[in-house]
Design a protein around this ligand. Structure first.
Ligand SMILES: Cc1ncc(COP(=O)(O)O)c(C=O)c1O
Length: 382
């Protein structure tokens, strides 16, 4: 159903109604195994690690929303990324965005490095730096755009061209934009990954990860890895993500409207030293963000005077929740240097600009004036 607009598509793709009962919400198939009529005579499902009808509905939905050939659902975003990285072998090399979720950084530098897969972290907003980091052993480039937490934008199409001038797979973490705003596969990426824990679930109540492959061949390889390693998403959680996706359109519009207004407003406050948001026109990558996505999303970051000021600010917030994670309907705020990005060594963090005074803000869908009031009262000196 690709001829309809995105807000219609999120409601009408992957699963319309149950063939047997007509149920308009996908049934939760809480089952591990399936009766067979004869050897090989099954009804499409054998065992829930290799396939489950509820998970399958979600996998079809995300494949359609990302315009890919196959979708796969995992127990968390990091389970999804780990499975994708298992495409690579000892001796292979990866190029990765230097500004990246701390858990992804830890996975690559502490786990995959041990398996003989090396990596170089570069500023992927700089195409020359990406080219310079590629070696004859490079088999994959992994980018986050916008990147967590500085909102740097990498040019997906230009990096896809660099990758495809060799035999290199481009993997894009599309968690911050979601398929509602951005479709990396249409820009030439080979694989999209999501922490569906965030906007796709949307209600801070479930952990999940999704992968979409552009080609059937890559989809088959990833399915083989999914069933071989087994970090699949359970049926209840698959259902929760399906339910979340139905309202993705309205939520993303509201998240973005609030974020756009708050980004402009925050920079007028004397206590705020700098605001990072891709939708600000003087953002260095504004033009690329506009070119490759339909929106700028609901995530922003800002600098306060010091870590102490930030901690005092957090302790006084009443409406906004001080918590890690993002993409839920409620506003969530955190200090990346001490939480989500603590796995990145301090000297690396300082160099890329994730300072102790940087506040990451997942803008919720509350009334924007109430959010402003809460920020103002929390910034007030005693
Ligand atoms: C951009 C990004 N990718 C991946 C992950 C990992 O996802 P999960 O926490 O679902 O494992 C996160 C988590 O914060 C994230 O922000």
């Amino acid at each position: 159903m690709s001829e309809v607009e995105k807000d219609t598509l999120v409601l009408h793709t992957g699963f319309e109604y149950d063939e047997v009962t007509g149920a308009v919400s996908v049934p939760i198939y809480q089952v591990s195994t399936y009766q067979q009529d004869a050897l090989g005579g099954n009804k499409g499902f054998l065992y829930s690690r290799t396939g489950n009808p509820t998970r399958s509905a979600l996998e079809k939905t995300i494949a359609a929303l990302e315009y890919g050939s196959r979708g796969l659902a995992f127990a968390s975003g990091l389970a999804a990324i780990s499975t994708v990285l298992l495409l690579f072998s000892s001796g292979d090399h990866l190029v990765v965005s230097d500004v990246t979720y701390g858990g992804t950084y830890r996975l690559i530098t502490k786990v995959f490095k041990r398996l003989g897969i090396s990596s170089t972290f570069v500023d992927t907003t700089n195409l020359q730096a990406v080219k310079a980091a590629i070696t004859p052993q490079t088999k994959g480039v992994l980018i986050e755009t916008p990147a967590n937490p500085l909102m740097n934008i990498a040019d997906i199409q230009a990096i896809a061209d660099i990758c495809h001038s060799g035999d290199i797979k481009l993997i894009v973490d599309n968690t911050f934009m979601t398929p509602y705003w951005q479709n990396p596969l249409l820009l030439g990426a080979d694989i999209v990954v999501h922490s569906a824990t965030k906007y796709l679930g949307g209600h801070s109540d479930v952990l999940a990860g999704l992968v979409v492959a552009a080609s059937e061949e890559l989809g088959e390889e990833l399915y083989f890895l999914q069933k071989s390693t087994g970090a699949v998403l359970g049926p209840q959680d698959s259902w929760l993500i399906m339910r979340g996706i139905k309202t993705l359109g309205v939520r993303m519009e509201k998240h973005e409207n609030n974020a756009q207004e708050l980004a402009q407003w925050l920079r007028t406050l004397p206590q705020v030293k700098r605001v990072y948001y891709p939708g600000l026109q003087d953002n260095p990558q504004y033009a690329i963000a506009q070119k490759q996505a339909r929106g700028f999303g609901g995530m922003l970051s800002f600098e306060l005077a010091s870590r102490e000021v930030a901690e005092q600010f957090f302790s006084k917030l009443k409406l906004i929740t001080f918590a890690i994670s993002l993409g839920g309907v409620e506003s969530l705020i955190c200090l990346p240097a001490k939480t989500t990005h603590a796995a990145i060594p301090i000297e690396v963090r300082e160099e890329i600009g994730i300072r102790d005074s940087l506040v990451r803000f997942s803008v919720g869908i509350e009334n924007v004036e109430d959010i402003k009031k809460d920020i103002l009262q929390a910034l007030k000196q005693d």
